[in-house]
Write a protein that binds this ligand. Structure first.
Ligand SMILES: *[C@@H]1O[C@H](CO)[C@@H](O)[C@H](O)[C@H]1NC(C)=O
Ligand SMILES: *[C@@H]1O[C@H](CO)[C@@H](O)[C@H](O)[C@H]1NC(C)=O
Ligand SMILES: *[C@@H]1O[C@H](CO)[C@@H](O)[C@H](O)[C@H]1NC(C)=O
Ligand SMILES: *[C@@H]1O[C@H](CO)[C@@H](O)[C@H](O)[C@H]1NC(C)=O
Ligand SMILES: *[C@@H]1O[C@H](CO)[C@@H](O)[C@H](O)[C@H]1NC(C)=O
Ligand SMILES: *[C@@H]1O[C@H](CO)[C@@H](O)[C@H](O)[C@H]1NC(C)=O
Length: 498
């Protein structure tokens, strides 16, 4: 994983730890092969120059806690007490959550268990609720065999299913009421508003598994595990020992239960049967190919302001159960985004009836009337989890283009894959100039080519039309996706030809 600072990818020099890990996970051959190239491709190029160098001295870096409401806000633990009081963040830590795909390595689990053992040795239990979500069946089985899992449970921890769990809102939280202001600390990778428990008043903080465990023990955001003491059952003060734990299991990984069911050799005979009554599963119908025309006179479904993450575009929580049903899940499209016109979520005007309604309803009304529409957005549009639905939904609902100041890279590619046009204002001031009830044309699509801008013509309700260039990041292959209506359509078509 690379730092979330806009990096497209991260390269770590190949070293012994990676050899050991590949070996421990049954990939000796890859380790051997990589070792052959460790001084060539798998290390920094000799004499290479960088645009910017950021030096981080891990010896002096103290633990940080990020949040609430965005992973971009970071506070060192030594300052947390001061900063939390200053910002009126709830000081009591209600729940500590570790695991999910992030930070549930054997080492993470072992080090967290070591802190708990230490606390248990002093006769104390966690003040907060404590949940553990093993990131895979292999990790669950291995920590069950090696004892860490029992340590968590004896301490009052709740071991959840091997899944994303509360990280993406699969959490039937019972300890508070919706709307209650409260603090939780997790080792998940994001802390966007309402992401974990659907409660916008929850202050979600993100820290390493070790820090989360320490906070769950102390139950207080003001606690600094590096310097502060706790009181043991014997009434004596003690400091938590620094965490320790093996990087790799000494007895190797236990793969656990094999639940993979392979398809039969002759797949042509397989029929996918979906109950017509199902509200959770629905067959996908291929999107229509591009009609070869520019988009003309299109309404702006919503001009969103502020952060528009994939959580705003396609909310998690109760909606996740509809992931196999595009029609149903599309009813969450952009319901978290803030409308520039009125500062409200999920309240947009239908340009033709003048009536206000939810974003999905308005999109459906446009689509069913044969009207293509666009969305206008700000910076880093679509930051967050790489949710495919954030791109499938606008396409299903009849969207034509998403026009922003800038995109989060994965979301931009997802939109291209589904046959929508992700376009950028060359002049960011054009974003401010557009009114939510203008209509727009997108011109020049017949000549869509890598590196070549297209034109946005804006028709204000009253006044002269004006034009502004839009850039894009399409390469030649991706332009085919647009023309065919989606990447899948293109793949299916190439398969027919061969
Ligand atoms: C190998 O590289 C990783 C990532 O840069 C680092 O965390 C690890 O400590 C390194 N291991 C050794 C043995 O140098
Ligand atoms: C990797 O594992 C194999 C046995 O599975 C062993 O023979 C080899 O020495 C290991 N390599 C390293 C670098 O640990
Ligand atoms: C996430 O953290 C950032 C900065 O650390 C903070 O500004 C934001 O409010 C947090 N979000 C939530 C939902 O707690
Ligand atoms: C936890 O996960 C984040 C990525 O979301 C990673 O940057 C961080 O290093 C992980 N921390 C630990 C202790 O594994
Ligand atoms: C999901 O689909 C079912 C059946 O079509 C429908 O009754 C239900 O209202 C839908 N739910 C949502 C949230 O769209
Ligand atoms: C096209 O867009 C780029 C920004 O990506 C900009 O630098 C360039 O000036 C634009 N070209 C024209 C002809 O507007």
């Amino acid at each position: 994983m690379g730092a979330e600072i806009g990096a497209t990818t991260s390269v770590f020099p190949f070293n012994k730890s990676m050899v050991d890990y590949l070996n421990a996970t049954g990939r000796n051959k890859i380790a051997e092969f990589a070792t052959l190239y460790k001084n060539d491709f798998l290390s920094a190029d000799a004499g290479c120059e960088y645009d910017e160098v950021i030096e981080i001295d891990l010896n002096t870096l103290e633990p940080y806690i990020n949040g609430p409401f965005t992973p971009d806000l970071a506070t060192p633990v030594s300052k947390m007490k001061e900063v939390a009081i200053e910002n009126d963040w709830p000081l009591e830590v209600k729940v500590g959550l570790i695991g999910s795909c992030t930070n549930s390595s054997y080492e993470d689990m072992s080090r967290s268990a070591s802190i708990i053992k230490d606390a248990a040795d002093h006769g104390i239990k966690a003040k907060s609720l404590f949940t553990v979500t093993p990131g895979s069946e292999q990790i669950r089985a291995t920590i069950a065999r090696d004892g860490q899992l029992q340590t968590f449970e004896e301490f009052g921890g709740i071991v959840l299913a091997n899944a994303c769990g509360p990280c993406i809102g699969q959490w039937d939280r019972q300890d508070i009421k919706k709307g209650d202001k409260n603090t939780i600390v997790s080792s998940y990778n994001r802390n966007f508003t309402a992401r974990n428990d659907g409660n916008p008043a929850t202050h979600a903080f993100v820290a390493s598994p070790e820090m989360v465990t320490a906070y769950a023990i102390a139950g207080d955001l003001r606690f600094n595990p590096v310097t502060d003491t706790l009181v043991g059952a014997d009434g004596k003060e003690f400091k938590l020992k620094p965490p320790s734990g093996d990087g790799l299991p000494q007895r190797g990984y236990d793969p656990g239960e094999n639940t993979y069911q392979a398809p039969p050799a002759d797949r042509a005979s397989v029929q996918v049967q979906i109950s017509p009554e199902s509200d959770r599963l629905q067959k996908l119908t291929p999107f229509k190919p591009w009609d070869g025309k520019d988009g003309l006179n299109m309404p702006i479904l919503i001009k969103s302001v502020g952060k528009t993450t994939t959580d705003h575009i396609s909310m998690a929580g109760p909606w996740l159960k509809y992931r196999g049903h595009l029609q149903n899940i599309s009813n969450n499209y952009m319901i978290g985004a803030i409308n520039a016109e009125n500062g409200k979520a999920n309240t947009v005007k239908n340009l033709y009836t003048g009536e206000y309604s939810g974003v999905p309803d308005t999109a459906i009304a446009y689509r069913d009337a044969g009207i293509k529409w666009v969305v206008v957005g700000g910076e880093n549009f679509g930051e967050g989890s790489s949710r495919e639905h954030a791109a499938l939904e606008p396409r299903f609902l009849g969207g034509f283009a998403i026009i922003t100041k800038s995109f989060a890279r994965i979301h931009e590619t997802n939109l291209k894959k589904q046959g929508l046009l992700p376009l950028n204002f060359v002049d960011p001031a054009a974003y401010d100039k557009i009114n939510p009830d203008d209509t727009v044309d997108i011109l020049g699509l017949k000549d869509l080519a890598p590196g070549k801008n297209v034109t946005l013509r804006v028709h204000p309700k009253n006044g002269e039309a004006w034009e502004t260039p839009l850039s894009h990041t399409y390469n030649a292959e991706q332009i085919e996706w647009f023309k065919y209506g989606s990447a899948l359509n293109k793949m299916a078509a190439s398969k027919k030809h061969t």
